[in-house]
Write a protein that binds this ligand. Sequence first.
Ligand SMILES: CC(C)(COP(=O)(O)OP(=O)(O)OC[C@H]1O[C@@H](n2cnc3c(N)ncnc32)[C@H](O)[C@@H]1OP(=O)(O)O)[C@@H](O)C(=O)NCCC(=O)NCCS
Length: 167
Amino acid sequence: MENTKNTENKELPGKRVADSYTENVQILLQSTMNGYNRLYGGKLLEWIDMLAAVVARRHCGMNVTTAAIDNLQFKEPAYLNDIIIMSGRITYTGNTSMEIRVDTVAESLDGTRRLINRAYLVIVAIDENGHPVKVPPLIIETEEERAEYEAAKKRREYRQKRRLENF
Ligand SMILES: CC(C)(COP(=O)(O)OP(=O)(O)OC[C@H]1O[C@@H](n2cnc3c(N)ncnc32)[C@H](O)[C@@H]1OP(=O)(O)O)[C@@H](O)C(=O)NCCC(=O)NCCS
């Protein structure tokens, strides 16, 4: 098969985690609730996917597509009128893929905050034909970013194994 990857573009300048860090804030309206007045998980998933795509686009400056969503844990429910604060950061870059972590916090009227969800998504940069293309490397600046990067490498190994086993 023809190699469609952007192999000529090896010297892309690196980008920092802070360069693509993105937040999204919502107030939970009735339209986002499920049948028993908790935030509908599918709606949260939509917001997570969108936020991760924004982070990935800001990192690579190209169109992107979601390859995988994992470690999607719903730790606590969120209720009508809660404020939802979502933060997305890039944790790892491969050749054409980026791992994005999205944390979701619910804030009640009294200001109490609780982490309700953490998700990791693999987003791939694509060209106009939908073929994967090389992304800029990640510049690691802090110990926390280093730890997240190392953990992401392990998650990537696990995903690759799972991908080979499933298909
Ligand atoms: C994602 C997609 C572009 C990958 O294309 P592909 O021909 O399989 O390309 P590759 O095998 O070279 O994979 C490209 C990168 O994605 C990663 N990847 C692909 N599938 C993956 C998966 N299921 N889990 C984790 N990573 C994955 C690869 O590890 C590779 O990363 P790297 O370049 O950093 O090493 C292709 O599978 C696709 O278009 N999928 C549909 C995406 C979509 O429509 N998303 C919206 C959901 S409705």
